[in-house]
Design a protein around this ligand. Structure first.
Ligand code: SAM
Length: 313
């Protein structure tokens, strides 16, 4: 059966375009706001999320509510809307009031980066981590800068089984800049693991479901540090990036040791590394951190006096 069958017909509502005009909801460029007006497109994004009927769904950044309408058509049990910009409250309230008979909707004017998802999802069924995902789904068409920070935060919560992942392997569907989306699903050796040519701004929709067993049994912060540092020079030999994991006076020795311990060729280009290579590199890094505890807290950028950590680019 096609998973995207509209379960309910929404009551007559002004179009999103009319609501935007009615409430003077000018998209704020500085906040990278833009609104999806085309119902076929919002239906398509929601379709990527799979079955939502009777699920608990949290939509982040609903704006005037285009995607929210497509979600409601799939008859979720509960829809939680988390929107930072209070200007959207009236249009979201209108949606809530007209759908009282279909779905229970909570509207929270809040920043998703500070929002307590675990509390918001109280009452949702919990599933064992080794079982199928729980009937919970997170959806968002956020500004790209926010979705990149958010996914890193959520990956950390996944590794700790906190927030929405206290309920099991909760799945997520998020939009990213198309090149970022392509890189997220790229295989090793795939050139889209690098940002060449320079990106234009098309959108990609990515659905993620946490694995039953993490590939690397280490704290997220350590894994993230190794992967980010090596990928910072993704077109170059991976040892170039890896050097930045270690203080200057020990760089040469410890970088060599890292690659020997991991049994990875240091002249592999970063974008050619496989997940298995990263698994071995992370464990090798852990061995070195155990031998040289100062390495763990070493921060290359701080050592060079660079204080702003770039996003995950
Ligand atoms: N989802 C709507 C759509 O597709 O038409 C709006 C998309 S617009 C690109 C992004 C929305 O995310 C805006 O409504 C913006 O106010 C909201 N937003 C941005 N940062 C946010 C945050 N940290 N927490 C919650 N909402 C946020």
């Amino acid at each position: 059966m096609n998973s995207y069958v509209s379960k309910i017909r929404l009551p007559p509502l002004p179009s999103i375009r009319d609501l935007v005009k009615l409430y003077k909801l000018r998209a704020i460029k500085q906040l990278s706001q833009n609104f999806l007006m085309d119902e076929r497109l919002t239906d398509k994004i929601v379709k990527a999320a799979g079955t939502l009927t009777d699920h608990y769904v949290c939509e982040v950044g609903p704006g005037p509510g285009g995607i929210s309408r497509s979600i409601i058509k799939k008859a979720p049990k509960k829809l939680i809307l988390v929107e930072k910009d209070p200007r959207f409250l009236p249009s979201l309230m209108l949606l809530k009031e007209s759908c009282l008979n279909y779905t229970s909707i909570n509207i929270d004017i809040d920043d998703i980066l500070k929002y307590n998802l675990q509390r918001a999802l109280e009452g949702a069924p919990k599933m064992d981590w080794t079982h199928a995902p729980p009937p919970i789904h997170l959806i968002g068409n956020l500004p790209f800068s926010v979705s990149t920070i958010l996914i890193i935060k959520w990956l950390e919560a996944i590794s700790e089984k906190k927030a929405a992942w206290a309920y099991g392997r909760t799945s997520m569907t998020l939009t990213f800049q198309k090149e970022v989306a392509e890189r997220m699903v790229a295989q090793p050796y795939d050139k889209v693991r690098s940002f060449v040519p320079k990106p234009d701004v098309d959108v990609g929709v990515v659905t993620l479901i946490p694995l039953k067993k993490a590939l690397i049994d280490m704290p997220f912060s350590q894994v993230e540090k190794v992967v980010r540092t090596i990928f910072n020079t993704r077109q170059k030999y991976c040892m170039k990036g890896a050097q930045k994991l270690f203080p200057a006076e020990q760089t040469e020795y410890l970088t060599t040791r890292l690659f020997v311990l991991a049994n990875v060729n240091p002249t592999t280009r970063s974008y050619q590394l496989t997940n298995e290579d990263f698994v071995r590199l992370c464990y090798a890094y852990k061995i070195i951190c155990d031998e040289y505890p100062a390495v763990q807290s070493f921060d290359y950028r701080a050592s060079k006096g660079i204080d702003i950590e770039p996003g995950c680019n």
